[in-house]
Design a binder for this molecule. Structure first.
Ligand code: DQA
Length: 157
């Protein structure tokens, strides 16, 4: 008997000012727009056979609402670039913990090679992993890594 296998659903969340990518501090963030990053990630998601939702908000509460809704939307994994909230938001950390959804933290820039206040992340220690410093490729690697990890979890590896 053939069994219907549910496609993995990955939610990608982007925090404040990431809508300005391409115009914003290109020395740190490159010239790629968030729209291009989204298009490239959707192309990879199609290749990997997963469903991708891609969101950006400048508002902490909206990001938290997305995280809280994720279990009801049957999201299997989250890729999150909390942007400046990385360094400040206990509320985003708490929402990720409450959701119990595995996630990967991404950054375009290498936050550890920048100002000391960027060296502290509120979410790194509860993430599967962190990918930073590779521009838009950080998202591509995060999606590949997350999908591999979720398949391993489903197989019980
Ligand atoms: C960022 C790094 C953060 O420190 C910064 O506030 C951002 C973007 C990154 O992707 O490199 O807005 O998360």
């Amino acid at each position: 008997m053939s069994q219907q296998i549910k496609k993995l659903h990955i939610l990608t969340l982007n925090g404040p000012n990431l809508n300005m990518l391409g115009k914003r501090e290109p020395a740190h963030y490159g010239r790629e727009s968030l729209e291009t990053i989204s298009e490239n990630l959707h192309a990879l998601a199609a290749k990997l056979g997963v469903t991708l939702t891609f969101e950006q908000s400048n508002h902490e509460g909206v990001l938290i609402d997305h995280i809280q809704s994720a279990p009801d939307l049957a999201v299997d994994g989250i890729i999150i670039n909390p942007a400046a909230y990385t360094h400040t938001s206990i509320a985003i950390r708490d929402a990720l913990l409450a959701s119990k959804i595995p996630f990967i933290e991404v950054h375009l820039s290498n936050i550890y090679a920048r100002e000391p206040f960027r060296h502290k992340s509120m979410v790194s220690d509860i993430a599967i992993g962190t990918i930073a410093g590779l521009g838009g490729d950080s998202y591509q690697l995060a999606l590949r890594g997350l999908v591999t990890k979720l398949h391993q979890n489903n197989r019980g590896d």
